[in-house]
Design a protein around this ligand. Structure first.
Ligand SMILES: Nc1ncnc2c1ncn2[C@@H]1O[C@H](COP(=O)(O)OP(=O)(O)O)[C@@H](O)[C@H]1O
Ligand SMILES: [Mg+2]
Length: 338
């Protein structure tokens, strides 16, 4: 997911009590959009988090992971928030296993099988009832849409908001940033990572469609944003067709069905909303680029991908996304929720 960049938090009271770490000499064992992961010892890792993410959100990632673990959500044990130079990090239990992302990249002939397995696992976790000390994902998404009110025409804003207003309430667990890089494969059942609270995504309670929308985001990015036939996604190393294959397999595993008609029906609901969220992120990026904001202009490789697309292309994609949403809504009946 494309993050919304925030200014570094001013919070410093907590940091006095924090343990301090250096990553000098530590082995780097992984990286995501917001964090770089180092092995500390045989039992723990240190996830150093991007300095754009405010400390309060980092503390929230730790707290949410801890609460989820205690409620039986399969995830790494989390320890304290620590200081690493002028950044912060979280200590987690070391899990000696591969993510679905790596496994998919290494076994491109097994997309169907791995996708289904991942779908089955996330469905199981989505059935877990959690309490209201967690965030309400629907409200967070609506708040995000409301923050974007002024960057869209009134009709487009209402159209996007309506897509999320109609999602039924649920008291079950939503990971919030579900993609193959955030699920580790274990022999006795997989595990979730990265219950981040980056300002863009969060774990909490809500209808399972929110996780399916997260899962579909890279497919939207890979398939709709890139007209080239031989495109390989920078995000997951899979081609356009492989990304589609992965989403289809994932949904078949998730809903435990081979019924293509059913899969197409749920896919339409999911892709509509994935597209809507993507349109918001892209519009922010386009505006930031237009304003030459340093977070995007000076950012590292991940920001470079966005930067290199150029302002015009970003705005074109926003319009194309909105157009697709309008066209889909014209031809369909009311929301179908599973
Ligand atoms: N507890 C852990 N044990 C082993 N590897 C981990 C652990 N946590 C993260 N990793 C590795 O680091 C990568 C990035 O971690 P993640 O928490 O997803 O960061 P980000 O918030 O940047 O996406 C993961 O895909 C995984 O390969
Ligand atoms: Mg991650």
């Amino acid at each position: 997911m494309i993050p919304i960049f925030r200014k570094k938090s001013e919070f410093s009271v907590e940091s006095k009590k924090m343990r301090e770490f250096s990553v000098d000499g530590l082995e780097k064992i992984g990286a995501g959009f917001h964090g770089t992961v180092y092995r500390l010892d045989d039992e723990t890792i240190l996830k150093v988090i991007d300095e754009m993410i405010p400390l309060e959100n980092i503390q929230k990632e730790r707290d949410t992971s801890q609460k989820a673990f205690l409620l039986g959500i399969p995830t790494a044990i989390s320890y304290d928030v620590v200081k690493v130079g002028n950044q912060y990090g979280i200590i987690y239990e070391l899990l000696n296993s591969q993510s679905y992302m790596n496994k998919l990249q290494e076994n491109q002939d097994k997309i169907e099988e791995l996708g289904k397995e991942l779908g089955k696992f996330t469905r199981l976790v989505n059935n877990t009832v959690i309490d209201d000390t967690f965030d309400d994902i629907k409200q967070l998404q609506l708040a995000k849409i409301d923050r974007a009110k002024d960057i869209f025409d009134e009709d487009d804003y209402k159209m996007i908001r309506h897509l999320f207003e109609v999602i039924p309430e649920s008291n079950t667990f939503v990971h919030g940033d579900l993609h193959p890089g955030n699920v580790l494969i274990q022999k006795d059942g997989s595990l979730y990572l990265d219950m981040a609270f980056s300002g863009n995504s969060a774990s909490g309670y809500g209808h399972p469609i929110f996780d399916l929308v997260s899962f579909a985001q890279p497919v939207i990015g890979a398939v709709e944003d890139h007209p080239e036939e031989d495109f390989v996604s920078e995000f997951n190393g899979l081609t356009k067709n492989q990304n589609y294959e992965l989403l289809n397999a994932y949904l078949k595993g998730y809903f435990d069905t081979e019924d293509e008609e059913y899969i197409e029906k749920v896919k339409e609901e999911i892709l509509l909303r994935a597209r809507a969220m993507k349109v918001i992120d892209l519009k922010y990026c386009a505006i930031m680029l237009q304003n030459q904001e340093s977070a995007i202009v000076d950012g590292d490789d991940k920001r470079k991908i966005i930067r290199n697309l150029g302002i015009e292309t970003l705005f074109e994609r926003v319009e194309a996304g909105l157009q697709r949403i309008r066209a889909t809504l014209e031809n369909k009946e009311d929301g179908f929720f599973f």
